[in-house]
Design a protein. Structure first.
Length: 442
């Protein structure tokens, strides 16, 4: 017997005596009827609760990493909760500004920011551009000089050369990484020296992001030790103070019942302790603000994806494929990283799950499998709903139009209200960008 572990559900979830799931005071089966499937559903209480836990844990500052999940409503929520916002492209910046987010609380990342992206960021006078290369520094200085833009405030992205103990595609802080300035090579110190001598850019601090979906503290500790050693070196050799030290994001979440990441509060307490120890060990005079930039651990556990079962096909002696109406186009993580998910039927959450099947998407790839070896009720049938929990991060954000799929709608639920915040894509949306080449006969 295997019953779905309800502790994977967001905080406002309730299950009635008949086993029907509600989130934010709304019946999930009824929401699927009202808004259609596939559907991304977000528990606003979970999103806000996680923002607040981060603010409490990191008084130095928190920037929500919008790459995890971005839409106008999320930008407004992050603003209301008092977090800063991390964007990584001109598109993310444009969406944030269009939603009314104050530029003075935006930080911009990217290992290959274009001149246009940098111009938009510097013109808007955002809080920080996180510098990732010498080429980028040249571009910023040339822009500021030639277009008389405000002087740009920079954080320097450092590649601390540490192993984050996560999937190789999610590790960004090892020596072999496309991100940031190397420590051991001396590149990080050299660029700080250059900025300190410049009259068009200013140095505000250091940044490192070692990876994502991290459960263990060792990677953060090693990164902090190395960054604080660099702070000490900057103080003594360059003679300037380091105002901020951003540890990036990376805290992991529970996709599976067996996953056991630390809570936000425990993670925050742990890195502050490590930070204090590193400052003491390196005899650092300045007290940089320790900031963080979480994405997954704010948005992930707040989101559910609701699908409808379309076919059930048994391959005798091998497996049963249960195909749903979405897949790799709304959640590429299983195909990209072999990521695992749980699944359950939201209209009978407490049912015994005695049958093992494979939940497949509807796309033209054999690898389009959402959940391998999923436990489902024995009577699962065509027309039933299936939910994958903890899909609030890097699902909507990584969704594609593969097979000309129409990307799902996004609904926020809270206190009995359901708000459509991103409408479902339409065929007209798809056709709008296609110029159809030459249609005239030749
Ligand atoms: C620079 C930077 N900051 C923050 C994040 C957010 O990471 P996570 O979603 O694991 O918290 C990422 C993710 O790729 C990132 O690249």
């Amino acid at each position: 017997m295997s019953v779905f572990d309800a502790s994977l559900l967001p905080r406002s979830a309730t299950i009635d005596a008949a086993g029907r799931l509600s989130v934010g005071g709304r019946d999930v089966g009824a929401l699927a009827e009202e808004f259609g499937t596939p559907l991304y559903l977000y528990d606003e209480a979970e999103l806000r609760g996680r923002c607040r836990e981060y603010r409490a844990g990191f008084p130095g500052g928190v920037a929500y990493a919008s790459k995890a999940f971005l839409c106008g409503a999320m930008v407004r929520l992050v603003d209301e909760e008092g977090l800063d916002l991390d964007v990584a492209t001109g598109g993310e910046l444009a969406l944030a500004l269009a939603a009314g987010f104050p530029a003075s609380r935006i930080v911009m990342h990217g290992n290959n920011k274009s001149v246009a992206e940098l111009r938009d960021a510097v013109r808007a006078d955002i809080r920080h551009v996180v510098l990732d290369s010498v080429d980028e520094l040249d571009r910023i200085e040339a822009l500021v000089r030639s277009e008389s833009l405000p002087s740009a405030r920079l954080l320097v992205r450092v590649n601390p050369g540490v192993d984050a103990h996560t999937h190789e595609y999610l590790a960004t802080g090892t020596v072999d990484s496309k991100f940031g300035f190397g420590l051991e090579s001396g590149a990080a110190l050299r660029v700080v020296e250059h900025i300190a001598a410049s009259n068009v850019v200013t140095f505000d601090g250091l940044h490192a992001h070692i990876g994502s979906q991290i459960f263990r503290p060792e990677g953060f500790e090693a990164a902090l030790q190395r960054l604080v050693a660099l702070v000490a070196e900057i103080e003594t050799t360059v003679g300037i103070e380091v105002g901020e030290l951003s540890l990036g994001g990376g805290l992991g979440v529970r996709y599976l019942a067996t996953d056991d990441p630390p809570s936000i509060a425990r993670h925050a307490a742990g890195v502050h302790e490590q930070f204090g120890a590193a400052l003491a060990a390196h005899g650092v005079r300045s007290r940089p603000a320790l900031t963080t930039e979480p994405g997954r651990s704010i948005a992930g556990p707040a989101g559910l994806t609701i699908y409808r079962v379309g076919t059930v096909k048994e391959v005798p002696g091998i497996r049963t494929y249960v195909s749903v109406d979405g897949g790799i186009s709304d959640n590429p993580r299983p195909a990209l990283y072999g990521a695992g998910y749980e699944t359950f039927v939201p209209t009978r959450v407490t049912a015994d799950r005695t049958r093992i099947v494979t939940i497949a998407g509807k796309h033209c790839e054999q690898g389009d499998l959402l959940v391998r070896d999923a436990a489902v009720p024995a009577d699962l049938a065509v027309g039933d709903l299936l939910v994958t929990p903890c899909t609030g991060a890097y699902g909507h954000a990584m969704a594609s139009n593969y097979n000309a799929a129409l990307r799902p709608a996004v609904v926020f639920v809270r206190d009995g209200d359901a708000r459509l915040v991103v409408r479902r894509e339409t065929v007209d949306d798809l056709l709008a960008r296609d110029l159809f080449g030459r249609l005239d006969p030749v």
